[in-house]
Every structure is written in C-alpha cells, then in structure tokens.
Write a protein that binds this ligand. Structure first.
Ligand code: GLP
Length: 227
C-alpha cells in the first residue's frame, strides 16, 4: 500500500479550499494550454467553479471530462449534471470540448479519455457511503465507465435536489475507477459532513466497501477537508 504519497489537509473554509484547487488548475492550464480536466458535480466543487469562472486564463484549448450523469435526464433537465455544469462553469468559461458519459458513448468513454491523453487533474467529491463519481460500494478498482444502479443511500442523499424521492433516477453513467485512478493528479474535497468517511477512506485499509479508499494507492492525491 502506498500511503506516504497522499496529502491530507484541513483547510478552514470552503472558499479557501476552492481557491487553492482553482489556482492549481489555472497555473497548470497556463503552462499546459491543452490540459485535460476531470470534473465533478455536487455542492463540493461549486467554489472551484466560481473561482474559475472569473479566471483570465485561456481554457479554449483544454478539454473536460465529467465523471457522471443520470440515466434518462437530458441536458435541459435542471437536475442533469450537464445542466449543472453549463450553469456553473461552461456558460462562463469556454473549453475546446466538454465530455459527459451518455448512452451513446459510455462504452467508449475510457478509450476517448485515453486518446485525449488521459486526465491531468481530476476533481472529486465523495458520497457519504464513500462513493466517488457513482462508483458505489462494491465497485472494482479496475472498473470501466458503465451504467450502475444507485444505492438506496445515494438515492436518498441526492433526493434533496428533487421534488420527490421517486423522481431521483435509479441509474447513472459513471466514469469507472480505472480512468479516475489514471489521472495524474487528484484532489478529493469534502466538508464537515464528509469528515468521517474521508478519514476512513484515507486511513482504513483499502477496501471495496469504500471505493474512495482506492485513492490511497494513487501516487499524487490530496484529500482536502474543509470545515
Ligand atoms: C453525487 C456525485 C458525486 C459527488 C457526490 C457528493 O453522488 N455523483 O460525484 O461527489 O454527489 O455531492 P456533494 O458534493 O453535493 O456532497
């Protein structure tokens, strides 16, 4: 197990944590205009997108790959992840291309990611059950991008964004663990409500019930807990 390459940092607030990651991305893209960025949805990365939305850096040669999308929600649906990204980042910052896993490409998504050079910087949030993207507990470390059944826990957690629990999609397309683990640099962020699961993911033995624990085996990962 390779634990000594992981950094676990506590930053006192969301804004500071977001700016820290946002600045890292800006500097990377300045040096490497054709960067490949792995992006996440949820409340966690919002501060990063707010920071990047005001950036003067040119992102027009960079490509993005989002982690996941609900099955059955198209980009006009306010709870779709594409809609979320359009609202919070893509309407403000022009990239060369924005990729999402969809019914048409999910079986090719890892190949498309590889042919773009692989992900340079991956942003991750974490589910309260330790999922990353929608790699739910039980997902293999070598899993490919695929359609998954969401767990009851995740459906319940994500129902806060929908009118009724029944409206939450039961399936999603998710980037697999293997493309995530292939990213050259990973930032996993979480707030106070993720404190316990982040600690378990970082310091418990690597295990299939906490997919985020696979990150202990990554060579360049930072866990950032903000209070
Ligand atoms: C969803 C997404 C994850 C995200 C998680 C946490 O389940 N599929 O990628 O990390 O929510 O969301 P939040 O940042 O809102 O806590």
């Amino acid at each position: 197990m390779v634990r000594n390459t992981m950094r676990y940092t506590v930053i006192h607030d969301h804004k500071t944590a977001s700016e820290y990651v946002g600045k890292h991305i800006e500097n990377y893209v300045k040096e490497n205009p054709s960067a490949v960025l792995g992006l996440a949805t949820g409340s966690t990365p919002l501060g990063i997108y707010e920071y990047l939305s005001k950036s003067k850096v040119d992102f027009s040669n960079s490509i993005t790959f989002n982690l996941d999308e609900y099955v059955g929600l198209d980009e006009t649906h306010p709870q779709s992840y594409r809609y979320f990204m359009n609202q919070h980042l893509f309407k403000n910052i022009k990239f060369m291309k924005n990729n999402f896993p969809t019914s048409k490409n999910y079986f090719n998504y890892d190949a498309i990611t590889r042919s773009s050079g692989g992900i340079d910087i991956q942003i991750l949030g974490i589910g309260t059950n330790g999922h990353i993207a929608f790699n739910e507990p039980g997902s293999s470390e070598h899993s490919a991008t695929r359609i998954v059944d969401l767990t009851e826990n995740t459906i319940k957690d994500n129902s806060r964004f929908f009118d009724n629990l029944e409206d939450v999609p039961k399936q999603a397309y998710t980037m697999g663990m293997s493309s995530i683990m292939g990213a050259r640099k990973i930032f996993l962020l979480g707030g106070r409500n993720k404190k316990e699961i982040m600690y378990e993911a970082a310091f418990d033995p690597v295990n299939v019930n906490i997919p985020a624990s696979y990150l202990q085996e990554h060579k360049n990962v930072e866990f950032i807990l903000y209070d």
